[in-house]
Write a protein that binds this ligand. Structure first.
Ligand code: PRP
Ligand code: HPA
Ligand code: MG
Length: 187
């Protein structure tokens, strides 16, 4: 059973809005140093990364461009199928450009290792990954992550863009939900 106020479904706050903002500011400084000569094209992966891209881009002082891809690997479940589909491709031609993929979470890593290889096949100058969260216990690919915000425990997390069945993306903190949220409704 889910409640009307999404905050009532929270079991535990893992990272507060303020902690997330402070860590993103640190990452922004690292990105500015890395791309001082050529600002990157930020590629946000819809929909989870919308909140991260929005906050990270406004923290950056570089004249970045932004583009979006939608890929799907999870559907409404809580584990990756490993099968990736492109639902929306980039508008931009990335030939010769420096690309920085921005993600909310790397869980199995399957979505991003596929996406990185896909973008690398288009002839960019570089493709790197920035993710705010990483779940080390679940990583199934040895994908290189250039900028990482926080490691999270092996639990399903939501908020700050991350959803469970499309809910909770608008929670300000990164949280773990109460077990009752996942329980089937009583007949
Ligand atoms: O490392 P992985 O195990 O591949 O999982 C990570 C991906 O899964 C989630 O997206 P999802 O497919 O749920 O779409 P969404 O962003 O629209 O929620 C998340 O936003 C990452 O893109
Ligand atoms: O822990 C998670 N929460 C929400 N979406 C996700 N996609 C991969 N892992 C997660
Ligand atoms: Mg999701």
């Amino acid at each position: 059973m889910q409640t009307d106020d999404i905050r009532d479904d929270v079991r535990e706050v893992l990272f507060t809005e303020q902690q997330l903002r402070e860590r993103l500011a640190e990452i922004a400084r690292e990105i500015e140093a890395e791309y001082a000569d050529e600002p990157p094209l930020l590629v946000g992966v819809l929909k989870g990364a919308v909140v991260v891209v929005s906050d990270l881009a406004r923290e950056l002082r570089l004249p970045v461009h932004m583009d979006w891809m939608a890929v799907s690997s999870y559907g409404s479940g809580t584990t990756s199928s490993g099968v990736v589909r492109i639902l929306k491709d980039l508008d931009a031609d990335i030939t010769g450009r420096r690309v920085l993929i921005v993600e909310d979470i790397i869980d199995s890593g399957l979505t991003l290792s596929w996406l990185k290889a896909n973008l690398e096949s288009r002839g960019p100058a570089s493709v790197d990954i920035c993710t705010l969260f990483r779940k080390p216990a679940r990583l199934k690919s040895d994908i290189e992550l250039k900028f990482v915000g926080f490691d999270v425990p092996d639990e399903f997390v939501v908020g700050y863009g991350l959803d469970y069945d499309e809910r909770y993306r608008n929670l300000r903190d990164l949280v773990v939900l109460q077990p009752h949220v996942y329980a089937p409704a009583e007949a």
